[in-house]
Design a protein around this ligand. Structure first.
Ligand code: C2O
Ligand code: CU
Ligand code: CU
Length: 497
């Protein structure tokens, strides 16, 4: 009888386990993985000292359980994956030290924040491995759910995909006075939506798809797949951020219940808006309030755009995943009913419109990887704003088969109109990013922070990160009246050591 050597024995085992894995995979098609508890990013209030808050963020690599049964190497701040939720109040001075413990250069940008350009953390503020970068500014933004992510030119998409992203909550007197769920992690829940692709061993697939970059096939919420949130109250507030590279989400609950939208990217709506679904392109946020019955189960889903977001579906055009349907988060109602919730506040924020009577106008035409026929050049200043006061920007998506969106740093805007598209998008409230279906043209009333500085530029760009990284970005400086931008912009202009 031939002896079974250790070697062949192991080989046999390996084959057997592959076979077992195979049948498990088959079972996996019909039987769902058990859900896991929704992770809540830690709340970081910083250390307070009078009117100042000091924050410390450390960019690092670690191992995460994005999938239930595999380990994935990820990046995060102060942890293995994603970042804590920062919180500060309007009027406070924030000081943030960002330490880079990765072995690659990165940068850190405060998306939605009005602040001096040198604190904005654009591509001109590299943080080399082993070094720290500091940003400080006084918070002038109204209450909102902002966020932070890298802005390394050409690598923003990859760095965010690996997990460098977090939420930044701003509070103010208005938010403090409103009777809204505001117990962080209990009835006030941040939801960071992303999507990924995985290799067999659980590592992130970082290969760019043609024209689509890092479009994922697996959605995650706060860093995991298959998340479940057990509510303890009948009313919850969800602060939803689309932190994905390229994906547009259209969210709806499995029973098509209505919910109230209370805030857009950069602030409260004037009044709650009741709807059954809401769309978010990369970079956008919405805050919604949802009512739950005791012990009920409802799922937050991404249902896909029935009109494919205006993207034609012939075989030559990439599909951008616009019609994909995913289950994102299972929500379970509280054990007991508690008191009947009071009606939501009827007025959230006082009406405010910008005086755009004599406002300067600019137009931006987006096509493939360019804006106004140019691609990003870190030493070219594309626009100079030498006044205080709003402007009217018209942004046109000139591609007939690609979606785009448009984000402006150091600004908030109202979408005055969205033309040349059949796609209906709810665009109310103060925003910093607008979604543009193929062919669409948006007119924006834009209010900038006024921190004149000829040396440091701000960015405007498509927030589909593959497009941004390919060069779909431009720079503007804000200067005093009549002033010119510096001959060399960014850190390159000063050699002070
Ligand atoms: Cu969210 Cu220029 O970025
Ligand atoms: Cu930004
Ligand atoms: Cu784009």
């Amino acid at each position: 009888m031939p002896q079974i050597t250790r070697r062949t024995f192991f080989k046999g085992l390996a084959l057997a386990s592959i076979a077992a894995a195979g049948s498990q995979a088959l079972i996996g098609c019909t039987q769902k993985q058990p859900l896991r508890k929704l992770p809540i990013p830690p709340l970081l209030a910083g250390t307070q000292e009078g009117n100042k808050r000091h924050f410390q963020l450390v960019a690092q690599q670690g191992e995460s359980q994005i999938l239930p049964d595999k380990t994935t190497t990820t990046w995060g701040f102060n942890g293995a994956h994603l970042g804590p939720t920062l919180i500060a109040k309007k009027g406070e001075e924030v000081h943030i030290a960002v330490k880079n413990e990765l072995d690659e250069m990165t940068t850190m940008h405060w998306h939605g924040m009005k602040l001096p350009a040198r604190a904005d953390g654009g591509p001109h503020s590299p943080i080399e491995p082993g070094t720290s970068w500091e940003a400080s500014w006084t918070v002038v933004n109204a209450a909102a759910s902002l966020w932070y992510h890298p802005h390394t030119h050409g690598l923003t998409g990859l760095h965010a995909y690996r997990g460098l992203a977090g939420m930044f909550i701003i509070e103010d007197d208005t938010s403090a006075a409103l009777d809204l769920p505001s117990d962080y992690g209990v009835d006030d829940i941040p939801l960071v939506l992303m999507d990924h692709r995985f290799l067999e061993d659980g590592s992130l697939d970082e290969s760019d798809l043609p024209d689509l970059g890092l479009l994922g096939d697996t959605p995650t919420v706060n860093g995991i797949t298959g998340a479940e949130f057990q509510a303890t109250t009948c009313r919850i507030r969800l602060r939803i951020l689309n932190g994905s590279n390229m994906r547009f989400f259209k969210l709806q609950f499995s029973d098509k219940r209505s919910f109230d939208v209370i805030a857009s990217d950069t602030g409260f709506l004037q009044e709650p808006f009741s709807t059954t679904n809401i769309a978010l392109g990369p970079g956008e946020r919405w805050e919604i309030v949802v009512e739950l019955e005791p012990s009920e189960e409802v799922t937050l889903e991404s249902i896909g755009f029935k009109d494919n977001f205006g993207v034609p579906t012939d075989k030559y055009t990439p599909d951008f995943g616009m019609a994909d349907h995913f289950e994102l988060l299972s929500i379970i109602g509280p054990d007991s009913p508690g008191q009947d919730p009071k009606p939501l506040p009827g007025i959230l924020e006082k009406a405010e419109t910008l005086d755009i009577q004599d406002a300067p106008q600019r137009s931006f035409v987006l096509n493939t990887f360019s804006i106004n026929d140019q691609m990003m050049d870190m030493q070219r200043v594309d626009e100079v704003i030498d006044h205080q006061g709003p402007e009217v920007w018209t942004v046109t998506n000139d591609n007939s088969d690609w979606p785009h969106n448009f984000h402006i740093h150091n600004a908030r805007f109202q979408v005055l109109s969205l033309d040349n598209t059949e796609v209906e998008l709810f665009q109310a409230g103060w925003k910093d990013t607008v979604a543009l279906p193929p062919g669409a043209s948006a007119t924006l009333a834009v209010e900038f922070g006024y921190y004149p500085d000829p040396q440091w530029p701000y960015m405007y760009h498509c927030h589909m990160l593959y497009h941004e990284d390919q060069g779909m970005m431009g720079q503007f400086v804000i200067v005093e009246q009549g002033q010119q931008p510096a001959a060399t912009v960014g850190a390159g202009a000063t050699h002070n050591h």
